[in-house]
Structures are given as C-alpha cells and as structure tokens.
Design a protein. Structure first.
Length: 389
C-alpha cells in the first residue's frame, strides 16, 4: 500500500491510512492517491471506506468494490453522481513492463528506464509470447484517487517514482522551481488517473515493436522460396495473440470513450481556473484515446500482414512447384525422341538400316545427341527452362 498527498507544489507519502481518517488531516488544496493491491484492498476495505466517507462524504458501492476486486474484469467505465469507476487492463509482468516507465509518445516527462536485453536465437527473433493482461481499477473522487493494482504493482511503483522525481519528497518540502514542479504534477485525481492510464497504454505501444519484429521475420521466411517454413504452430499462436490484443484494445477504447462522453455532459465550470483544468483533462483524455487507437490500427495492420504473408507463401510454393513440373516436362520432351530412336533400333527385325554397318552405332548416337541439343536450345529460347524469380 502506498499513500500520497499531492498538491500543486509538493508530494508527500504517508505510511498508514489511519491518520488520514481524521477530518482536516488532508489539506484543503490537495488530494490523496491511495494505491493498493487487491489483497491489500480486501484487507483494509473498512479503513478505505472510512477515509472516503470523511473526505468525500460517500463510500464505494458494493458492486464497484466487487469490480475492483475482480481479476478477470475487462476494461470498462461506470459512474455514480459522486465518483467514477474506470477499469483498465495492463500488460502482465514480463511483457512490456520495463517499458512502462519510459513509454514512447507519452506526454509526461520521465527519466528513461533501461530495457532488459533479451538473448535471441540465431534463427531470428524469439517466439511471440501469449499476450497476458491484468486489470487496474480506479475510483475517481473529488479529493481522492483510489487505485487497485495486481500483486506486482509495477504501474504504481513506476508512476510513484515519477511523482517523487517531479517534486522533492524530503519531508514534503517543495522543489526549487515551484512553477515548473506544479506543471509536472497532476492537478486533480482525474489528471493523475489519466497519466497512469497513459503510462499503461504506452506499454502496448512498446509491445508493437516486438510484434512487428517477430512477424517481419516470419514474413521473410514465408516469402523466401528456398526456406522450409515449419513454425506454423507459433504463427497460429501469434495470430491468436493479435486477436486477443485487438479485443483488449477495443475494450480500452470503449471505456475511454465512455469517460470522455461523461466529461462532456458535465456542466461548464464557472471559474476560469476550473475551466482550464477541465480543458486539460479533456485534452489528456483525447490523447490517451489517440494512443489506444494507434495500437488498434497497428494490430489490424499486423493481422493483415500476417494473412498476406501466408497467402504469398502458398503462392510462392505454387510457383516453385510449377517451375519443377515445367523442368521435368521439358526433360521428358527432350528424351521422348531419343526413346523413339532407341525403340526403333530395338525392334526384332533382321534387316534394319545401319544395324549391320560398322559405324551405325555412332551415327545413331550422333543423331540422338543433335536432336537432344536442338530441343534444349529451342526450349531455352522459349524460356521453358528459365527459373521464375
């Protein structure tokens, strides 16, 4: 369990929930981020509900508690009049998690995290693993963001490192440049949730490189007429992984679109500062949606490339079989006249021309050689012996 108190200029991490349950414990200008694993959320549900009642004057509905504890729930969005619930599936540990802290295309500044180098076999990229995901649940209140994570908590720890790097965490002392710090810190629970989701989506964007690299390798093998492609089981598994990833991203896109539609139905804030924050939330929401659509588009393109590569493979194999049959047919046509001559001279007649001559054998062999060379030249000129490139 990790608990952060965030305002515009500083981030403070608390060790326990109990002191925050007292009225006035959280500053009026800040908000809380309570991040727990599912087991921690199940064990400390009463304390969490008490804090929500104290700070937000409401508690989680039982159905939403069940959703946050469900490890098999797909990405979806739900809401009440006092809070929103968003469930978003992230990649399981071992698939893109090293890249979650430094996703390309993210709108958040963060120090790069080195990716773990993987040893690759000499025959090409490693076989694509099955895409596995785990849900991350968010309950967004006015002054509290409650996030429920899988047991490893990779997303939580990665983003917590960002928060502590953006502001000095030494006793909650603000950084030197307060304006720069406030620009990097989330301004509200909704802003914080969207930044965490953006980090999750960037993990899928990094997974595209692995998918592209693997399928490009297989495509090269499939198109090469001299290769003997036998890795059909892995190719079928890769196609199933692409379909699975497509379904995951479609659920994510639907959930984020529902979130955006819900924001658009809210009344326009009266204050200029509140209106500016609302616009930033909408911009960040559309940015996350654009990242998801980018992943969906890339997955569709990879599926089409895989289908095209398989069709081209069978087309190449068909051309190769046609070349072989054409060569065999030409060789048969070359030897047909020679077999005819050999059959004529093998007839059981007493009087056959050239049979009783001393040089008859050499005359017959010369004639057969001339006929064979002439047929080969004719077939070569007609490109019957040329290999299809």
């Amino acid at each position: 369990m990790r608990i952060f108190e965030i305002n515009r200029s500083q981030v403070s991490e608390h060790a326990a929930l109990a002191p925050l349950a007292v009225p006035g414990a959280c500053g009026a200008s800040g908000y809380l981020w309570i991040s727990l694993t599912r087991d921690e959320f199940r064990a400390s549900l009463a304390e969490v509900q008490q804090i929500l009642q104290t700070l937000c004057k409401t508690q989680l509905v039982d159905l939403h508690v069940a959703d946050l504890l469900n490890d098999q729930l797909p990405s979806h969005y739900d809401y009440t009049s006092l809070y929103d619930v968003l469930v978003f599936r992230r990649l399981a540990n071992g698939q893109g998690q090293a890249a979650l802290g430094n996703g390309k295309g993210s709108t958040n500044e963060a120090p790069p995290i080195p990716a773990v180098a993987s040893r690759q076999p000499r025959s090409g990229p490693p076989v694509l693993r099955r895409v596995d995901t785990r849900p991350v649940g968010f309950a967004v209140f006015d002054r509290v963001l409650l996030s429920v994570h899988p047991e490893d908590g990779a997303v939580r720890d990665a983003f917590a490192a960002r928060l502590l790097a953006a502001a000095s965490a030494d006793g909650g002392t603000p950084a030197l440049d307060v304006r720069a710090t406030s620009a990097r810190l989330p301004t509200s629970p909704s802003d914080l949730m969207l930044r965490v989701i953006n980090q999750i989506v960037d993990g899928y964007l990094d997974l595209r490189r692995e998918l592209t690299k693997q399928l490009d390798h297989w495509q090269t093998e499939l198109i090469d007429p001299r290769s003997r492609f036998t890795n059909w089981g892995a190719l079928m598994e890769a196609r199933q992984s692409l379909h699975h990833l497509d379904e995951i991203c479609e659920d994510q896109r639907a959930a984020m679109q529902d979130w955006i539609d819900s924001l658009e139905t809210l009344p326009v804030p009266k204050g200029e500062l509140e209106q500016r924050e609302r616009e930033l939330i909408m911009i960040r929401s559309r940015d996350v949606l654009e990242h998801i659509e980018r992943v969906v588009h890339h997955v569709h393109r990879l599926e089409q490339n895989a289908e095209t590569a398989v069709q081209m493979h069978f087309s190449v194999q068909g051309h190769r079989a046609n070349d072989i049959m054409r060569v065999l047919t030409v060789l048969t046509a070359v030897f047909l006249p020679l077999n005819l001559i050999a059959g004529i001279f093998g007839m059981n007649f007493e009087f056959i021309p050239l049979v009783h001559k001393a040089d008859g054998f050499w005359i017959a062999m010369t004639s057969m050689l001339v006929i064979a060379v002439l047929l080969v030249v004719i077939f070569w000129r007609k490109r019957y012996l040329a290999r299809t490139r």
